[in-house]
Design a protein around this ligand. Structure first.
Ligand SMILES: [Zn+2]
Length: 257
């Protein structure tokens, strides 16, 4: 499977995914019509489907125009979001198996950022929408910290460290500042800051990362590590009885960081 990253809006990412064996393509989060359309035109593929990670306007801004152009497109999203994603015609549930050409993928329901957030997993590629960002996670608009913590755990359980994570926004450098605040002693975070800064200076993307990289540097995936627990307890005056408590404290702190 081939993945093309398409920057949209101010800091969104849409992705074009292509099953090379069949020459079919899908869009993950058509944030904007024109840039995605232009990127598609450069490929010799047939657009078959749109995979929506969640209902927010900045992720589905181009959906209506793609559907107007081809009303036969399959539009995938979580079943309960049918009233919030106009044109949704393939209602998903967690663990559904989906196909693009000859490539099989899996849907993971990850409520927290929104109640209907889903991630799409194809081969070595995971499309996380606003659930996981580079060194961060989405704000909790429609879920509790415990729910999001559970969603993240469910998402990555059993997943290979080499899996590429394609996220919905270019927030990595801002998120890494917070990661450094949480864990100033973590040299992996410092290395990631240097690497991501160099990428952004060249106007390149920090997406995709790998799960391994996130596990080493993303504070929201490190709530069980002793150093994060200790730092959160000392700095945020939280009694970290459980990883969920640590997660909740981190999320609250990040909201006003
Ligand atoms: Zn969102």
């Amino acid at each position: 499977m081939k993945v093309i990253t398409v920057p949209c809006n101010f800091d969104n990412y849409a992705y074009i995914i292509i099953c090379e064996k069949s020459g079919t393509a899908a869009i993950v989060d058509p944030a904007e019509y024109y840039p995605v359309y232009t990127a598609l035109q450069k490929q010799d593929v047939q657009l078959k489907a749109i995979f929506c990670t969640h209902h927010h306007t900045d992720h589905i801004g181009g959906l209506e125009e793609f559907l107007a152009e081809d009303p036969s497109l399959q539009v995938y999203g979580f079943k309960d979001d049918a009233s919030r994603i106009a044109g949704l015609n393939v209602m998903l549930e967690g663990n559904d198996v989906i196909r693009l050409g000859q490539t099989e993928g899996r849907v993971i329901h990850t409520p927290g950022h929104t109640s209907g957030s889903v991630c799409y997993h194809f081969d070595n590629h995971l499309f996380t929408g606003d659930t996981i960002f580079g060194a961060g996670c989405g704000r909790l608009f429609e879920g509790s910290p415990a729910q999001m913590h559970g969603s993240l755990a469910n998402l990555i359980t059993g997943m290979a460290g080499s899996t590429h994570l394609y996220f919905g926004h270019e927030y990595t450098l801002q998120n890494l500042k917070f990661a450094q605040f949480v864990e100033p002693e973590n040299s992996r975070i410092q290395k990631r800051v240097e690497h991501s800064t160099a990428l952004r200076e060249k106007n390149e993307f920090t997406t995709p990362s790998t799960l391994e990289e996130e596990l080493e540097t993303n504070p929201f995936l490190r709530c069980s590590t002793p150093q994060v627990k200790k730092n959160v307890e000392e700095r945020l005056y939280v009694d970290g009885q459980s990883p969920q408590t640590i997660f909740a404290a981190l999320r609250e702190q990040k909201d006003s960081f």
